[in-house]
Design a protein around this ligand. Structure first.
Ligand code: PLP
Ligand code: TYF
Length: 394
């Protein structure tokens, strides 16, 4: 039977990771895969995670199955973190999932079950896994304009015009903050306009929030998600703990399905449990438990928030340094967008041949669409990158 298999296209981001590893040059710089790295190039285990793991090792006396949707305490803690009290909690069904990717996958499956003819509107560009999972599940997708190649900001008029073509029964996938891959985000007024279009069309929003705390702050980064959820009858939210807790390999995420009223809650909750059971039975618990412990303990929580804030401000500092350096070298403000973008990523907005020249001639690795992981830089490598960008003629 295996002779019938066809080779599947590789994940370009993960392939780039391998190419970087294989490059013998000592001066190489990795701006590829979206993981946070400190100034020494390490992706550290956060202090609060270490402390919670230690405590868990001491205290945990069973590893027996949890529930099909995970420990309800994890869901409560994450609902508080992401939504606070933006919507009544008795309208929210929630399921722990293997990472944010698992939440995205289960959300798409839920959409397909509820509405087999639903179309999912996706930003152009978006995280490639959104597209491959939708394709795999046979769900129709409709791209909406998002990135303005000239300004490197959001093509807001194009976005609104495209979203206006959605109907009730369609889903609009939005990045809650720190858009991947562009780094360009909506401001508060623009979010209000998007909400108006959602209300006018009756389309259901689905928010992917994978970088809460990496943009403008923990509360600030959740503001749009909260406002959208509070303004429409139904909403899906896929949240990831991989980045903001630094627990990438623990596979920790939560899918939330918000219903119009508490009456629909039981059916939604049971359906999420059913979907988890079909795909993997019980979701991973270790990362979820650490997150629950940290969010539920004042000392651990403040230490986590302080470390996350350091992560956020260090990336912001690198952005400003890079924009400043490029202003000096180019004698123009055309790279100012780098300081406006938020999160780990910025799309430089250049051609694949210049991305290749950066890699071949300078050992600088970024994704082919010119997405750079800002966290791959440090204060010493920023001037090297800036010089290379000017050198290849971006
Ligand atoms: N959604 C977006 C936009 C992402 O960039 C990522 C990747 O980090 C995820 C979801 C899911 O990440 P994970 O499955 O590692 O939690
Ligand atoms: O976009 C990124 O780099 C991160 C990490 O298949 C990632 O979201 C990359 C590829 C992938 C899963 C996660």
């Amino acid at each position: 039977m295996f002779e019938n298999l066809k080779a599947q296209p590789a994940d370009k981001i993960l392939a780039l990771m391998q190419a970087f590893k294989d490059d013998p040059r000592e001066t190489k710089i990795d701006l590829g895969v979206g993981v946070y790295k400190d100034a020494t190039g390490l992706t550290p285990v956060m202090r609060a995670i270490k402390a919670a793991e230690h405590q868990l090792w001491e205290e945990q006396d069973t590893k027996v199955y949890t529930g099909l949707t995970g420990d309800p305490a994890f869901a409560r803690a994450m609902v508080d973190l992401v939504l606070d009290d933006a919507v009544p909690h008795d309208t929210i069904a929630a399921a722990a999932t293997p990472g944010g990717t698992g939440a995205v996958r289960q959300a798409f499956e839920l959409i397909r079950m509820a509405r087999p003819d639903a179309r999912v509107f996706v930003s152009d560009p978006t995280w490639p896994n959104h597209l491959t999972i939708l394709k795999y599940l046979g769900i129709e997708m409709v791209p909406y304009r998002y990135f303005d190649d000239e300004t490197r900001g959001v093509d807001f008029d194009g976005m609104i015009a495209d979203l206006k073509t959605a109907h009730q029964g369609d889903v609009v996938l939005l990045h809650g903050c720190c858009h991947n891959p562009t780094g360009a985000n909506l401001n508060a007024t623009q979010w209000d306009e998007v909400i108006k279009v959602l209300q006018d069309t009756g389309a259901t929003p689905m928010i992917d929030i994978a970088y809460q705390g990496f943009g403008d702050g923990l509360q600030e980064d959740a503001a749009a998600t909260r406002k959208v959820a509070a303004s429409v009858p139904e909403c899906l939210i896929a949240a990831s703990c991989s980045k903001n807790f630094g627990i990438y390999r623990e596979r920790t995420g939560l899918l939330m399905a918000i219903a119009a009223d508490a009456g629909a809650h039981k059916l939604n909750q049971d359906t999420l449990a059913f979907l988890n059971r079909q795909n993997f039975s019980f979701p991973p618990d270790h990362g979820a438990r650490l997150v629950t412990m940290i969010l539920g303990n004042d000392a651990l929580r403040s230490d986590w928030m302080a470390e996350l804030e350091d992560v956020r401000t260090s990336m912001l500092g690198l952005r400003k340094q890079l924009a400043g350096e490029l202003q000096r070298l180019s004698g123009s403000d055309r790279f100012g967008f780098l300081a406006q973008h938020r999160g780990m990523f910025s799309r430089l907005g250049t051609t694949p041949d210049k991305v290749e020249a950066l890699r071949e001639e300078h050992g600088i690795y970024m994704v082919g669409d010119s997405r750079m992981n800002i966290a791959g830089l440090n204060t010493q490598t920023v001037p090297i990158l800036a010089k290379a960008i000017i050198d290849v003629g971006v």
